[in-house]
Design a protein around this ligand. Structure first.
Ligand code: DX5
Ligand code: ZN
Length: 215
């Protein structure tokens, strides 16, 4: 399948969030990556479902909600009502991952699971048949603008093999430190969804930055 580009609005200008989303839409971005942080699972706070609900009113783009929060299950319904299309939970953030994934599906949404850089792919063994997407963190979650962890390329290649062996159709998403220099090797390794925050929103020409990730 073709690679999808999902700019992260974490690095957008929040005072003009609507315009910032319109910019990436115009540039041909596929998804909006929405980073929700609780100051607990990660040492930073962003925003919650009310903000997502507001931006739902301005675009029909696919909303990819990356929950970096403890007890993520508490918020599934709120995000569903706010207009999320996919909810991704960290395997490190919930004691009952299977229940969490099933709850997301019961709401009619796509379900993803995210892995921190130090988390082994082995945790996917039992949950893989149930998920629509696996998010491989290529930085430690919490902040935009961090340096890409190079070993993530190999991790993605191994995940791709794992999906093949299990005949899984789950998408592979990569998130953190992605730019025009490393996007090629990430696609080559098997990434289907490319998240980029500071590279896109820090660029002089946001449209050009999005397009450079699509090549
Ligand atoms: C980090 C977030 C990422 C972040 C990526 O915790 O999950 O989505 O916004 O930002 P960059 O692309 O700047 O690393
Ligand atoms: Zn993210």
């Amino acid at each position: 399948m073709k690679t999808l580009v999902a700019p992260s609005i974490l690095s957008a200008d929040f005072s003009r969030l609507g315009e910032e989303i319109k910019k990436i839409e115009k540039a041909g971005a596929d998804w909006v990556h929405i980073d929700v942080m609780d100051g607990n699972f990660v040492p930073n706070l962003t925003f919650g479902a009310p903000v997502v609900k507001k931006i739902r009113g301005i675009t029909k783009m696919f909303f990819d909600c990356h929950l970096m929060v403890e007890h993520p299950e508490t918020y599934f319904e709120d995000f569903k009502n706010a207009g999320a299309d996919l909810i991704c939970v960290h395997v490190e953030a919930t004691k009952h991952l299977h229940r969490a994934v099933e709850s997301i599906h019961a709401l009619g949404l796509k379900a993803g699971v995210a892995l921190n850089p130090a988390t082994s792919l082995a945790v996917l063994e039992e949950i893989l048949p149930y998920v629509d997407l696996v998010l491989v963190m290529s930085v430690n979650p919490g902040f935009g603008g961090q340096s890409f962890i190079a070993s993530s390329v190999k991790k993605i290649a191994q995940l791709k093999q794992m999906l093949k062996a299990k005949k899984s159709l789950a998408l592979i998403e990569v998130d953190g430190g992605v730019n025009d220099k490393n996007v090629g090797e990430l696609k080559q390794a098997g990434a289907d969804v490319i998240v980029a925050g500071s590279y896109v929103y820090g660029a002089k020409d946001v449209g050009q930055a999005v397009r450079s990730l699509k090549i």
